[in-house]
Each structure stands twice: as C-alpha cells, then as structure tokens.
Design a protein around this ligand. Sequence first.
Ligand code: ADP
Length: 425
Amino acid sequence: MGVILGCIADDFTGASDLAAILARSGHRVGLRIGEPQAGEPHDDAAAFEVIALKCRTEPVADALLQTGKAADWLLARGARQLYWKYCSTFDSTPDGNIGPVAEALMERLGAQQTIYCPAFPENGRSIYMGNLFVGNVPLAESPMKDHPLTPMRDSNLMRLLQPQVTAREGHLPWQVVSQGADAIRARLSQLAADGVAHVVPDAIQQDDLSAIAEAVSDFKLVTGGSALALDMPRLLVARGLVGRAAGGITHPETGKGQLVLSGSCSAMTRAQVAAYTDTAVSWQLDPLALASGEEALEAALAWLRAQPVEAGKLIYATAEPSEVSAAQEKLGRDKAGAVVEDALARLAQEGFALGVRRFVVAGGETSGAVTQALGADRLSVGREIAPGVPWCFATRDGDTFAITLKSGNFGAEDFFARALASLET
Ligand code: ADP
C-alpha cells in the first residue's frame, strides 16, 4: 500500500509530535528526517508518512523548494491528501512561511481552498473568532510575542495570514463548527463560492477538531498543528481507505545499551537532567573547553568507554541561562551551539560503536545533530512516552536502535528514566 496521508512539517520536533499523534491510532507511521531519497522503493512507504523539514524561518524560496520536493515524494507514492504541519502558535512572519507554502501546495494539487487550524486544545491552544489563544491569553500576549525569530504580535489568524497569501482569507465561526461536519462543509462551500481560498475555522475543544477533520476529508490539502490529525486515521479507516490497525503498537527488539544525551538548556530539560543525575552517572560538557581543543571531547569519549554499556548514563551540556550567556559571549551563539552539537553527535556515534541501542536525546537542534550522526534519516514511530514525544526506531549497520527526540520543554521531570523504563514493558 502506498501513502494515504502525506505530511510535511516545518520543523523537526513538530514532525515527531505529529507522527506521535497519528501513531496513537495503532497504525504504522513513517517519520523521515530531511528530504527523503527519491530512489526508495515505493512500497516501503507507510500509509501515514511525516517528512520533517527545517524550513520554518528559511527564506521563502528555500521553504518552497524543500516543501515542493517533499510533496513530489509523497505524491509519487500515492498520497491522496497532503498535510502541512506548523506550530500550534502559528510561528511565522509577514513574509511566510505558512501562507506561501500552503498556496504553492494548493496550486500544485489544484486545490481551490484549504483550512488553517493550529488549535491544540490538549495543550491549551484554542481559536475563537479567528483569534488564537495560548492558555488563557491571546497569542500576542503570550511569551511568543518575544520570540527571537517569529515574534507573534497579532492574535488574529486572518490578519496574520493576509500578507502571506495572494488569494482571499476568511473565517468559519465556532457557531457553525459546533453544529458538526455537515454544517462546516456547507459553510466551506459557501465561502468557496465567495472566492475565499484560505479559511480559519474556530476550534475550542477536540470535538471541534474531529468535526473539522471530517468536513475536510476530501480536501487535497489541509494545514494546521498536530491535533487536527488525531482523528484522521479513524476517518480514513471508516471510509475504507486505510485498513484497520493491527492492534497496539509493537516495538522491535533492541539491545539494552543505553545513553542519554542532552544539549537542551530549556527549563524543563534542566529539571530532567537534575532529576536523572540522582540515579545515573553523568558527564558534563563545557562549550569553552570543547572549543579550545580536542582534549575535552577525548576526555568525554574516554569516560563513555569506561562505563558499562547497559548502565544508566547521561552526557549533557545543559546549563543555567547565565552559563549559556557566558559561553555565548566568548564564542558567539552559533559557535557555542555548534561545538556542543558536534560533540554530542560524535559521542552518539561512539555510543553506538560501544553497543548503545537506546538513545534519549534532549533538544530540537541537538536531535537533528544526533540523528544525522547516526544516519537515522528514516524512523518508524513507536509508543508515546509523553504527549508528542514517541520512541522511534531506525537501523544502522543492520542493527535496530531506539531513539527518542525530546524538544526542550516537553516531558515531565522524570522523562529520561521513564522513557528508558518504558522500553522494558
Ligand atoms: P531546545 O529544544 O531546548 O531549544 P536545542 O537543542 O534546540 O534545545 O537548542 C539548544 C542549543 O543550545 C543547541 O544548539 C546546543 O548545542 C546549545 N547549547 C547546549 N548547551 C550549551 C551551553 N552550555 N552553552 C551554550 N550553548 C549550549
């Protein structure tokens, strides 16, 4: 069977989040990192495929190129619907990239209309009167207003979208959404007749998303956060387009060698590192030492080689904000990040050579560096450890290994231990 629902995500941990939501259905979900290989046999693809790109803040032309290639790959494998996944806080600028990519995909698919639905009620993202709320506050009053790359200074999704697209945008109010899929369909047709190509539906609770997903099941393109996808597998099974899931997700066997690698300095990761060092041995990386020569990395490698492969162990660069700023002042932000990412990538390779087959990785950028170093461009998605964070599986040199990729603020304090323990059950 080929691809049925083909998803393109604008960042890495967002892709893993969407893959986890789809995998809740028990279906096989493929997660691919970066543009997939064109030559890969078509029947290797799963009914649900998610392609993780890194194009949220790239220049528009680059984003169009990357997403266009991903769409080609999915369509060549039979995808009947494309899903353009972005952040539930609609991270974008007046230039893009949410709107321009959506418009380009619509043109390629011959779609007259699509929807924009970043709502994620389980995580406090809701849309009412076209305005996006983060918890109790409008988007423009949330911490997203100060985001370094995509500061969100307006909460109205139609206004945010307007400079990003050429065709007309419009609103589908909750009063219609709450009446269910038929009412939503009727209003979408009416909007289409009025020339509205880009529709923002209100969605306050998961039931709203279920009704919207049902109403757009024939759309060639849908766009949104991950929560809109929750019901899609069920709807596709009901229509006979996808077979029933075989049962719960089963994990392949992996060796018991384990290693936690953390390059995230987010508040939750700092708490997770502190909690895990109570029970596991650990080694801290210092970006300044790493930047000044080979010794710091050699010392970390020697430490890793000296540990029993099956023992719980953590290598981290995770540090308090003041230490991060100090390193960034001396090295520059990019260099400080790069030396840490390079070191963790090298340590992951060494870990694999030593027999580690269970990797827990903390940090979005860090995850990119580690998966690349391990040559894991194709992952199969397993059970969720925390909402939006699944175990994934890949092969290297013919051996299967487990890897979980956790973005900064995801998971609870005991995430590392919990993740590893969950592979034992
Ligand atoms: P998150 O998901 O929490 O944002 P990321 O891995 O995406 O985590 O980003 C963290 C960045 O900070 C990475 O580039 C990492 O290499 C860098 N970094 C990690 N530790 C330090 C440190 N002690 N000083 C400076 N930069 C660091």
